[in-house]
Design a protein around this ligand. Structure first.
Ligand code: ARG
Length: 273
């Protein structure tokens, strides 16, 4: 199968936040154990590895300066959702992260983005909003308020399809599903309600289904440029499935950041402008 499909790279622009103040000092998801030490230097060099890889692959990486006291700010995916140059801001569920919303929004406002919305309802940016071609998949269940889905649909003028998460280990949509191209995804069915699973089967009958082992190493927290798929290195089954479909999986080590419940996708906000 792989030999017959030619996968073209789509050049992308990303926003990333260096983990200069990264730590696990509170727990807002089951991965976070403040009693377990974090190796800050290792976290930083792992993050640099991801940034360098994007640049080597021909993508552009913009940087937002991290703020002290916001140890999760490294997870740039949560900072906003950007489609057609329109910036839909994030409004965090937990007080520990609320200051990140305005910090990210200012970054956009200062750089001349004109359609910038401070949201009415709680939503955690691309953690729960994933763009597939001209449709947006929208997670809820743990973080994003389902009322935000209507707000996002009105703001972007694109169909927003709600999906409900049920397993607290997969608390954001981007921990349970990743977008591979304009019409392909991979996901972990057990992370969703039966109704949402049926919706995914209807929309993406040929999708790659992740195993429990893939999901447990955060294998779905991946970033695809249409050809390369960057994902946690330990997701061995997913890497094999991706190769069968003609993708080039690239394993990345972000084990220190996983101590906060984040990996490749969480560190990456896509600037679709
Ligand atoms: N500690 C962060 C939180 O629980 C991790 C966020 C991960 N980001 C993501 N896009 N899934 O909010």
């Amino acid at each position: 199968m792989s030999a017959t499909i030619s996968r073209e790279v789509v050049r992308k622009r990303f926003l990333m936040c260096p983990p200069r103040h990264f730590d696990v000092t509170y727990s807002i998801n089951p991965w976070m154990r403040p009693e377990k030490p974090v190796d800050a230097a290792l976290a930083f060099s792992q993050w640099e590895g991801l940034r360098d890889l994007y640049v080597e692959l021909g993508h552009t990486v913009e940087i937002i300066e991290p703020l002290p006291g916001l140890p999760d700010m490294v997870f740039a995916a949560n900072g906003a959702t950007v489609v057609d140059g329109r910036v839909f801001g994030a409004r965090f569920r937990h007080v520990e992260r609320t200051a990140e919303g305005p910090a990210y929004l200012s970054w956009f406002a200062e750089r001349g983005y004109r359609e910038v919305r401070w949201p009415e309802h709680i939503n955690e940016g691309e953690g729960d909003y994933l763009v597939v071609g001209r449709r947006i998949l929208a997670g809820t269940g743990f973080r994003t308020d389902p009322r935000s889905h209507d707000e996002a649909q009105e703001f972007f003028g694109l169909p927003v399809i709600g999906l409900t998460l049920v397993n607290p280990e997969f608390y954001h949509l981007d921990t349970a599903l990743s977008v591979l191209s304009d019409d392909e995804v991979m996901y972990y069915p057990e992370a969703f309600t039966p109704g949402s699973r049926a919706v995914l089967e209807e929309m993406f009958p040929d999708a790659i289904r992740a195993t429990a082992a893939d999901a447990a190493v955060f294998g779905l927290n991946a970033l695809s440029d249409g050809r390369h798929v960057l994902l946690p290195d330990a997701a061995v089954n997913l890497k094999a499935r991706l190769r069968e479909r003609g993708f080039e999986p690239i394993g990345v080590d972000l084990t220190e950041l996983l101590k906060a419940g984040g990996s490749v996708k969480c560190c990456t906000l896509e600037l679709r402008d």
